[in-house]
Design a binder for this molecule. Structure first.
Ligand SMILES: NC(=O)c1ccc[n+]([C@@H]2O[C@H](COP(=O)([O-])OP(=O)(O)OC[C@H]3O[C@@H](n4cnc5c(N)ncnc54)[C@H](O)[C@@H]3O)[C@@H](O)[C@H]2O)c1
Length: 326
């Protein structure tokens, strides 16, 4: 008898979703992915396409004709589909806002109707310009004004959180809200502004690594394999371990972007130089970045026992290996 569960992953042909789908299949579960391939790719699923326990549907979430049937027979929904990446958000703000709000509303309504566990992947961006050194889930949030498109990602994701929380409070939908902090690893693309794959790719080609601003801004990079453990753990149990609550997911080990660039060059044995360019040149006049973005992981640790394990050097080597020509 197959004791595996049934999972639905929206955005499952993307970076995080494709790794999640592989892991769940490996654990003996059945997985359906819905993805419109806007930033994801079928290539990300090449290891699992054709497996009997795996179904891939190319569609926008809201346009998927089988959506209601799929939700009705699923145990857990991982809702990852979203417009992702600062570059994309700035270039296509209206599309991004609509995508992040309307698609979430659509699938959340079905999760509510069938009382299915619904995990939302929100973002550290919701902390906005908070001056805190370690972002805590209970912190107040400080987002910039609507003249600056970059904040529309944070706002739309925050509204997703509010919708999910309201569905839990009003209707008892078993929702779990996660705020992801710079999750990195093989398959993440640098095309939409993600810094680490962009650096590693440039280093492998001995091209300049472009650092925006003076490079003293810092980030915390968490390996995909670590973050998957946290995501899966939070949906386990009846009711799920993370139900009705918000959790940071990431690592609290910090590095400045300039040091990150140096590390990438050293570890890949590259001849690349580092080039510093002003934010206004990279994005738009008035672009606002946060100097630090470090998660407080106490709540996640207390609830799940999760601790990130993969060191940054290993993460960089992993990405470099995945991008190297075979
Ligand atoms: N990677 C990170 O560090 C990070 C940080 C914070 C939050 N997140 C969140 O995690 C989730 C996954 O991000 P990722 O890094 O894997 O990005 P990704 O771009 O690789 O994945 C998003 C996927 O969603 C798909 N998609 C977008 N809109 C869709 C729609 N309407 N219908 C169907 N498919 C759609 C895209 O084609 C893509 O495959 C996103 O919700 C993102 O906001 C990621």
């Amino acid at each position: 008898m197959n004791t595996g569960k049934t999972y639905l992953i929206t955005g499952g042909a993307g970076f995080i979703g494709s790794h999640l789908a592989e892991q769940l299949l490996q654990q003996g579960h059945r997985v359906t992915v819905i993805d419109d391939l806007s930033t994801g790719s079928e290539k990300n699923l090449s290891k699992i396409l054709g497996r009997p326990a795996f179904t891939f549907i190319v569609s926008r979430v809201s346009a998927c004709p089988e959506l209601e049937k799929l939700v009705a027979r699923t145990d857990v929904i991982f809702h990852l589909a979203a417009a992702v990446g600062v570059k994309l958000i700035i270039e296509k703000p209206l599309y991004s806002i609509r995508n992040n709000l309307l698609e979430t509303a659509c699938i959340l309504e079905l999760a509510c109707k069938y009382k299915k566990t619904f995990l939302l992947t929100s973002t550290s961006e919701v902390y906005g310009k908070s001056p805190s050194h370690s972002f805590n889930e209970a912190d107040d949030l400080r987002i910039g004004n609507p003249h600056l498109s970059r904040w529309s990602y944070a706002c739309s994701k925050l509204m997703d959180e509010f919708m999910a929380m309201a569905s839990w409070r009003e209707h008892g939908t078993p929702v779990v809200i996660t705020r992801l902090f710079n999750i990195v690893g093989p398959r993440q693309t640098g095309r939409y502004g993600m810094v680490l794959p962009r650096f590693v790719q440039a280093a492998l080609e001995n091209k300049p690594l472009t650092v925006y601003g003076d490079g003293t801004q810092s980030r915390c990079f968490c390996h995909i394999s670590d973050s998957l453990k946290a995501l899966m753990q939070l949906t386990k149990g009846e009711p799920p371990l993370g139900v009705g609550d918000v959790f940071n997911i990431g690592t609290d080990s910090e590095i400045s972007i300039a040091d990150l660039a140096r590390k990438v060059i050293t570890l890949t044995g590259s001849k690349s130089e580092i080039e510093f360019i002003p934010y206004e040149k990279a994005y738009a006049p008035g672009f606002q970045d946060m100097m630090r973005r470090k998660p407080c992981l106490k709540k996640l640790l207390a609830r799940t026992g999760f601790k990130p394990e993969t060191a940054l050097d290993q993460i960089i080597l992993d990405i470099a290996q995945s991008l190297s020509p075979r």
